[in-house]
Design a protein around this ligand. Structure first.
Ligand SMILES: [Zn+2]
Length: 462
């Protein structure tokens, strides 16, 4: 533990200048964030012309009914235009708020609100909670029209929207309620650990964050998700017995098999699993059940169980712990840095003794370039995991010595095509756009890989 602490101290020592030197942090954050936004806009402009292609890739052409490819191109075009506009709009908004001292204003407003309730500035944790909610509400209101447009104009126009205005408002209010009920105790505990653990906060906060994530694994599906969706047991059927038998053969600890009413909001479809290592639940969208044949849905589940088999969620969680650790290890240098707060327009009195939450938030903004790189790397890892899961499904027949599964690769391919076609997903994708944004390989890439996995299997046999 001591060596560990010595390392952390060495990092702090290197970054000691942050606490003393006046640096134009606000200016740098403006430059970073505009750079990211402009780069994302550039990617959209690279992708945009591909929506004008009149033919799908050759391998996919037979799967499109007449008119469907054109529909998917139009949908893609509309979505790209919307992304370009909303990206620039959000950036303009953030940038303006940053420029005119919105963060400092929110902190003092939280203080005034607290004073009205009879609490002084010594209640830093309480003020921090108020501060975060003021920030959260005021910055989410101007983007509301974007979600309204996306749901009721864009998705509606292309036939996906099933959300009623009433459901939209209910979702919004429930979302806010969950944020307050869960967010406040989380934030309070987070800030309390900082105060309590002092310079040794890194291991304690890590332990806290991991416990919180595990608690969420239990709470989310049992308490939070039912607020928004109905999960009902998948009825007895060919599909149900196929999935149960697959789970048994793989020794997947299947506890519950659910169907979720995703069709309540949208006709996009999907399937996933979650839970603790000894008790897992599978959730299938009702839309997927309706759109694909049971043997194809089974192949989608074979892919999902591939993620489980290779411990992909656990590995992702481990990577995110390293990420959190890096952030926390760098943070102490920014924790007591009056010049940091001064550069974001905080008054001298506040900057002299920086509130933890303020320092943490500003520090996060400074990390924007690092976060962009991390997200590209995470997407690359995730795409690699997708290949592995596809390969797992293809090779299931060998692993389980079951000849019934010999066409799993074909079935998965068919299911992917159906998902893609029904969701009107984009088929022509710019490589740089995909490398930056996509957590999954493109459909053409996946189909090609499925064929290659099959061929490699057969070669191995000979
Ligand atoms: Zn997957």
């Amino acid at each position: 533990m001591d060596i560990f602490q010595t390392q952390l101290n060495a990092i702090q020592h290197k970054l000691a200048f942050v606490a003393s030197e006046p640096i134009e942090w606000k200016f740098y954050v403006q430059v970073f964030s505009w750079t990211v936004t402009l780069f994302e806009s550039y990617l959209l402009l690279r992708q945009y012309p591909l929506y004008s292609k009149t033919e799908p890739p050759k391998a996919l052409a037979p799967h499109f009914e007449p008119g469907v490819f054109e529909k998917s191109q139009k949908y893609g075009k509309d979505k790209a235009k919307f992304s370009l506009f909303s990206g620039l709009y959000k950036q303009l908004l953030d940038s303006t708020m940053l420029q005119y001292g919105f963060y400092a204003w929110s902190w003092s407003s939280a203080g005034r609100l607290l004073a009205k309730l009879g609490y002084g500035p010594e209640y830093e944790i309480l003020q921090s909670i108020f501060f975060v909610f003021i920030l959260y509400f005021l910055s989410s209101v101007p983007t509301l029209p974007l979600s309204v447009y996306s749901t009721f104009v864009l998705e509606e126009k292309h036939g996906f929207n099933k959300t009623t205005p009433r459901l939209f408002v209910a979702d919004l209010l429930k979302g806010w309620a969950v944020a307050i009920v869960l967010g406040s105790p989380f934030l309070a505990a987070f800030l309390y650990i900082f105060k309590w653990a002092g310079v040794q906060f890194v291991p304690w906060l890590m332990a806290f964050m991991i416990s919180f994530q595990l608690i969420m694994v239990v709470i989310y599906p049992t308490v939070i998700q039912p607020l928004f969706n109905k999960l009902s047991p998948l009825p007895e059927s060919d599909l149900r017995s196929r999935i149960e038998s697959l789970a048994t053969k793989l020794k997947f600890p299947l506890k519950h098999l659910y169907e979720i009413d995703g069709s309540k909001r949208s006709s996009h479809s999907n399937a996933y699993f979650f839970g603790l290592p000894w008790s897992k639940h599978i959730v299938i969208f009702d839309t997927l059940v309706q759109q694909s044949k049971p043997e194809e849905v089974e192949a989608v589940l074979a892919h999902e169980l591939g993620h489980w088999f290779f411990l992909h969620p656990t590995k992702m969680m481990a990577i995110s712990q390293i990420h959190i650790f890096t952030i926390l290890a760098l943070f102490p240098a920014f924790l007591r840095a009056p010049p940091l707060l001064r550069s974001f327009d905080f008054p001298k009195a506040v900057a002299a003794n920086p509130p933890t939450i303020v320092a943490f938030l500003l520090f996060q903004m400074i990390l924007t370039p690092l976060e962009a790189v991390v997200s590209i790397a995470m997407n690359a890892v995730s795409r690699h995991f997708e290949w592995q899961a596809d390969q797992f499904a293809c090779e299931l027949q060998d692993r389980l010595k079951s000849s019934e599964m010999k066409d799993m690769g074909d079935r998965l391919g068919k299911a992917l095509i159906t998902l893609h076609v029904k969701n009107l997903s984009t088929v022509w994708v710019d490589w740089l756009y995909s490398a930056y944004h996509h957590s999954h390989p493109t459909l053409s890439e996946r189909l090609k890989a499925l064929e290659a996995f099959q061929a490699a299997r057969e070669r191995k046999k000979e």
